[in-house]
Design a protein around this ligand. Structure first.
Ligand code: ADP
Ligand code: MG
Length: 394
């Protein structure tokens, strides 16, 4: 990556504003139900602590819509982080103004402070310059480690970079390097697996990947639109009728680029979108009018596995079926196992795909699991993420 990282600059004794992604799920009692995003930012925080920086953390949590709302307070995160770091984390009741300035001015080298939710101010998402200047005024250096929000030009991701030097954090660097290298300098064969519910969510991704991969596997609900494009009847399956033409064009494009396009040859068809629905595995030519395809079939899984087993680089985004229901999780499970076992560089992105991989306990065996859903999609589309673009060149 051609961006400066936190390791390329002097941080000792400096006030360093770090944008992290602490947008964690909370339950009704306000307890954190999954802390993986907090843990993902520890390498950068610990590095700064050890180097003697004065660490000022900023994040959003949920969608408070520019209003102060205790439900979306980062106070529980400060407590949790303090346990993880085994040191005090000062909590500032606001991210700007005296409530922020005062505790920040008291920070000693190696101390950590967390600012209250930046989205309590409507100016954050509007990327308001004077709000960004106030935030930036807290520090002498900005570190962006929030890959999950890098696709948004907000005051705390992009705005602040206009006022103080800005570099990337260690998580951000890892995300951008893994995905960037896979896309730009993949070890071949390079196989992409795209699934999930809708073609319309991922057209840009499919188009961009067709320029780069050796093989493209398409499963999940979006495969139905491609099956329809091939002339099959998909019954009551999830289908985007208005995208059938586009699917035809993508099939043609794959052919003309010499990209091997792998589509389902059989599916698990059910009579209802229900965990206990009657279901059977059928060839794609035999889906009945009253049936819906909710998973790839065993023959398809085998075909996909064979393709994946040859790969030296795999990028996977989108489950192969309705994996949330046991009866329709096998396709995703088999693909997950095949990716984990292929021996190449393996990258998984997308909120539901990551959840599936974790549920199936193969996360540890992947080279990289992206922490950013929307951001990873935009990255795979070949878009420049504004939060990354704004950082200093190395
Ligand atoms: P990601 O979050 O990994 O990018 P998506 O959000 O695009 O993935 O898609 C995930 C959703 O797609 C899951 O909730 C899954 O149940 C659904 N899905 C997968 N296959 C099908 C299918 N055949 N029919 C309907 N929904 C499906
Ligand atoms: Mg999703």
């Amino acid at each position: 990556m051609n961006k400066k990282s936190v390791k390329d600059v002097e941080v000792r004794g400096k006030r360093v504003l770090v944008r992290v992604d602490f947008n964690v799920p909370l339950n009704e009692q306000g307890e954190i139900t999954n802390d993986k995003r907090i843990k993902a930012s520890l390498p950068t925080i610990l590095y700064l602590v050890r180097e003697g920086a004065r660490v000022i953390l900023a994040s959003h949590l949920g969608r408070p819509k520019g209003q102060v709302n205790p439900k979306y307070s980062l106070a529980p995160v400060a407590k949790h982080l303090s346990n993880l770091l085994a040191q005090e984390v000062v909590f500032a009741k606001d991210c700007i103004g005296d409530s922020a300035m005062e505790p920040v001015s008291k920070l000693q080298d190696g101390q950590v402070l967390l600012l209250e939710n930046v989205r309590f101010h409507g100016e954050e998402e509007k990327n308001d310059p004077s709000f960004a200047r106030e935030l930036a005024g807290l520090a002498e250096l900005f570190v962006n480690d929030a890959f999950g929000t890098a696709h948004r030009a907000h005051a705390s991701t992009e705005g602040v970079t206009h006022y103080i030097p800005a570099v990337c954090g260690l998580l951000m660097q890892k995300e951008v390097e893994f995905m960037g290298n896979a896309l730009e300098r993949p070890e071949r064969p390079f196989v992409a697996i795209i699934g999930g519910a809708k073609v319309s969510d991922k057209i840009g991704v499919i188009e961009n990947l067709l320029e780069k991969v050796d093989a493209l596997i398409i499963g999940g609900g979006m495969a139905n639109t491609f099956l329809k494009a091939q002339g099959y009847n998909v019954g009551k399956s999830l289908l985007e009728e208005e995208k059938v033409e586009l699917a035809k064009q993508l099939i043609e494009k794959a052919k003309s680029k010499g990209v091997e396009l792998e589509l389902p040859i059989d599916v698990v068809a059910a009579t209802a979108f229900q965990a206990d629905a009657a279901h059977r595995t059928v060839r794609v030519s035999e889906i009945r009018e009253e049936e819906m395809a909710l998973d790839i079939g065993a023959a398809t899984a085998e075909k996909f596995e064979a393709c994946i087993s040859t790969a030296r680089t795999v990028i996977w985004n989108g489950p192969m079926g309705v994996f949330e229901m046991e009866a329709f999780a096998k396709g995703t499970e088999k693909v997950a196992q095949a990716v984990a076992a292929c021996g190449g560089i393996t990258i998984v992105g997308g909120g539901d795909s990551v959840a599936a991989v974790e549920k199936m306990k193969v996360g540890e065996r992947m080279t990289h699991i992206s922490t950013g859903g929307g951001a990873s999609l935009e990255f795979l589309e070949g878009k420049i993420l504004p939060g990354v673009a704004a950082l200093e060149e190395a």
